[in-house]
Design a protein around this ligand. Structure first.
Ligand SMILES: Nc1ncnc2c1ncn2[C@@H]1O[C@H](COP(=O)(O)OP(=O)(O)O)[C@@H](O)[C@H]1O
Ligand SMILES: [Mg+2]
Length: 350
């Protein structure tokens, strides 16, 4: 049977588990496309080569394979951390099986995706709780604030001495400032309008605003997938969310660096427990200093900021706006590469 129509072969070609078949010296006889992706090589390049020569975590795998050849017993290890390319760690379930004629089968199933989904559930629940807490607090502050401001105005009218107005003005100005803060905490409240939106128009609008603000050493690069169909969303909400991410990137970069706006689609993707046939992914990537891991967990909380003039509201507001569209924002960061990813469902029924 032709290998391209052989169902067994087809299975190997499409399975998401990385599969490598080797001889007893870990020379590659076959690897499937999932393994090519994982190790970032092609079968043609590495056929007949030893695992050690191309796989970054090869020493460990090499030892495993030798053990299996030696003992003849299948070996499985769960949730093993494995470096795959520079600085990138993945978590895999790893199985090595001895085959007849001194060959060995290595299977690596990536489980980061499962971990991601669990974490993301947590993130959504956490967001909801925070939002409710804040809204409650904001309402509590809003009412007495109105009274305070009104009383200060009355007082000002009654005060004969002009020089005392300075003090009532302080109360009024500060009350107004608090009012603005509370309004932004109460945040985008209304259910978003649903219109057909081309996300590239959104990004072009954001880009236009960002270019005007960006120092000359900062480059804004587009990497769009023009085939992405329109999303159902409120245009200005998406602009606001993306702008908040791009402004943060600008601030992180200072005078020089690069911001990449990238769009892609992805099939079969789960957002907040709902599986979607097709989602759009918008990456806002910058080459700035990154966010330390211990801070990464906190940045979507309101009032979390590392900038003296920051409000710490940019990310929670962006997250809320995207959540209201059934989407989610995630972040991954290392020195020199920070990516904020907006996931938005594409099908119309959601
Ligand atoms: N692209 C980025 N690079 C580095 N740090 C970032 C980036 N985006 C956000 N941050 C961190 O997250 C914090 C919170 O961001 P945000 O909610 O927008 O509030 P603000 O911008 O007012 O500080 C920032 O103060 C910064 O420390
Ligand atoms: Mg910000």
């Amino acid at each position: 049977m032709d290998k391209h129509t052989d169902p067994k072969f087809e299975l190997l070609e499409h399975i998401t588990t990385a599969v490598v078949m080797m001889d007893r010296d870990t020379r590659v006889l076959y690897l499937n496309p999932a393994a090519e992706m994982l190790f970032r090589v092609s079968l043609r390049q590495v056929s007949g080569q030893r695992l050690l020569n191309f796989a970054p975590a090869a020493e460990l795998l090499d030892t495993l394979v030798r053990d299996v050849v030696h003992t003849g017993r299948t070996y499985t290890q769960r949730e093993r951390r494995l470096p795959v390319s520079n600085n990138h760690l993945i978590t895999v379930d790893c199985t090595v099986t001895p085959l007849p004629r001194e060959r060995v089968l290595l299977e690596l199933a990536e489980i980061d995706r499962h971990l991601r989904i669990t974490r993301e559930h947590h993130l959504v629940a956490q967001n909801r709780a925070i939002r409710e807490l804040i809204r409650g607090l904001a309402h509590e502050i809003k009412n007495p604030l109105g009274g305070l401001r009104g009383a200060a105005q009355l007082l000002e009218r009654e005060l004969e001495a002009e020089d005392l107005h300075e003090y009532t003005q302080v109360i009024i100005d500060e009350a107004d400032r608090l009012q603005d803060l509370v309004d932004s905490l109460l945040g985008p409240n209304a259910v978003p309008r649903r219109e057909s939106v081309n996300i590239h128009q959104v990004l072009e609008r954001v880009r236009q605003l960002a270019v005007a603000e960006a120092p000359s050493g900062v480059r804004l690069v587009r990497d769009y997938d023009p085939s992405i169909p329109p999303v159902t969303a409120q245009f200005d909400h998406l602009v606001q969310a993306c702008l908040n991410l791009v402004r943060n990137a600008l601030q992180a970069l200072g005078n020089a660096g690069e911001i990449i706006l990238r769009t892609r689609t992805q099939r079969q993707f789960t957002i907040a427990g709902r599986n979607h046939k097709l989602v759009v992914r918008i990456d806002v990537m910058d080459t700035g200093p990154g966010i330390p891991p211990e801070q990464l967990e906190q940045i979507f909380y309101p009032m979390v900021t590392t900038r003296p003039e920051g409000s710490g509201l940019g990310l929670p507001i962006a997250q809320t706006l995207i959540n209201q569209h059934g989407g989610l924002i995630e972040c991954s960061s290392e020195v020199g590469q920070t990516v904020f990813t907006i996931w938005l469902p594409l099908e119309s029924e959601s």
